[in-house]
Design a protein around this ligand. Sequence first.
Ligand code: HEC
Length: 179
Amino acid sequence: MAQKASTVVTSGAVAVAALLLLGGCHKAASAAADDSAFAEPPEFTAAQKTQILATFPAPYNTADLDAGEKQFNKCRSCHTITAGKMNMTGPHLYGVFGRHAATAEGYTYSDAMKAHNVVWDFDTLDIYLKSPQTVVEGTKMGFMGIQNDTDRHNLIAYLKAETTPGLADSTGANSAGSQ
Ligand code: HEC
């Protein structure tokens, strides 16, 4: 009996190890990020920031990404932005640009957000984040909004830089080390 049980345990461990290997082989960097939804998003060098900003439309192309990161402190109690895609009080924001409102997998939205028929991009985020409660009347996002245009634009540029899959890799920046 004891012999049999230990065999089962061992083969279970082998199966887990095999799964880890499979998951890890092609994308070690994002697998590492998935392990912890709270992993820090990629850090960019000054040159990488310049490179990224150049791809953004005005006024976001002159945004201050460091200032945007500070603005994100207003959001981080409710939202994650890393590839771990963990929902908290609010839905995860990884890949939010190009995502239709109210479509983060596994998250239960308010009816108000479900009825908000937009795809999130620079413009729709700008409108929403200025005054969430008036733009999506009845949203359960308990946040008053960011009135200051510069603060809001810096935040949105930061979100675009950090949450766009592949953007960090395209500059060679990756918090988990590039492959
Ligand atoms: C107190 C918690 C809280 C804070 C702070 C907060 N949010 Fe939210 N957020 C939510 C909740 C809850 C929802 C879901 C809204 C709904 O279903 O009505 C949401 C929804 C969103 C959405 C829509 C996402 C989707 O999948 O459609 C975006 C974008 C967003 N928040 C961005 C932000 C940003 C950026 C900040 C910081 C400036 C922020 N939020 C601050 C709780 C919060």
